[in-house]
Write a protein that binds this ligand. Sequence first.
Ligand SMILES: Cc1cc2nc3c(=O)[nH]c(=O)nc-3n(C[C@H](O)[C@H](O)[C@H](O)COP(=O)(O)O)c2cc1C
Length: 317
Amino acid sequence: MVDLRVNIGIELQNPLILSSGILGSSVGMLKRLAGTGAGALITKSITENPRVGHENPTVIEVAPGIILNAMGLPNPGVDLFLNELEEEDELKIPIIPSVAGYNEDEFGRVAARFEDAGYEMVELNISCPHSTEFSTGKVIAQDTGRTSQVISAVREITSLKLIVKLSPNVTDIVEFAEVALDAGADALSLINTLEALEVDPFFEVPVLGNIFGGQSGESVRCIAQRKIADIALAMHSDRIRNVPLIGIGGVRTPEDVFRFILLGVDAVGIGSSILYEDLAIFENILDGLERMMVDKGYESLDVFRGKAILRIAEMMV
Ligand SMILES: Cc1cc2nc3c(=O)[nH]c(=O)nc-3n(C[C@H](O)[C@H](O)[C@H](O)COP(=O)(O)O)c2cc1C
């Protein structure tokens, strides 16, 4: 038997986490997901008031492994979401609410509601590339000042553990990690989706209702690895503080999880691949991961976490 437990600020039975926004929008669905083998579930991003989201189409597979979405953060609002959650029995798996908002005050108020309801940790979604109509303007995670303000505001009024979800749509992601950590982030998750567009050559219009969207799926896996490596190398060289990392982006197989852990992540988010593999993805990846670890003689994830980062650091001197 291998030990798959990880600690991201809270203890998880295994490193697989449902990423925000994929199936985690209704409490009924969270209940179904709780029995799939995942180590934790991150909910759909929740705002203070209900949001209907953008016009259809909102999610499209434009080619195998290339998913575009512009959902526009549809959600029932924090009050309704919490009411539904409270009606459920214990879900027996850590639930991490994802918090979103227009500004630092809304982030603070929504996070405080989750804290009052007994949650220990939230993820701050400051990096959704299409939270505004037509994805215009910078998102919070593309502006160091606003990144700092939002995290500080939540830090000030709650004692929640904070995962901050970073955007890949910046020149230097380490700069944003540094700002997030200085403002009080306890863990970092990355990557959110990449700014994207697809035009339909027959109808001669963009395929998504919101015109622009965010790209995810296997097509972003190597980009995610590069961004994770940038952060992990900055931690290795003490440029930034060492905190738990949740690696997200295109993960579909046990080998992908292995790759991300070799780059130093503590846990791995599973998102778009559920569209291909269904809910069995969690058990299938866990089985494969265990087999790989047994074959290599690794008893726990700690034994090989960050090995590729050490190698990369050596190669770069
Ligand atoms: C349909 C869809 C909805 C999403 N909604 C959210 C969301 O509400 N909040 C959030 O932080 N990320 C959201 N994301 C981004 C994912 O959590 C994840 O960061 C991204 O898709 C990359 O991972 P993947 O390639 O495994 O999907 C969404 C992604 C998709 C495909």
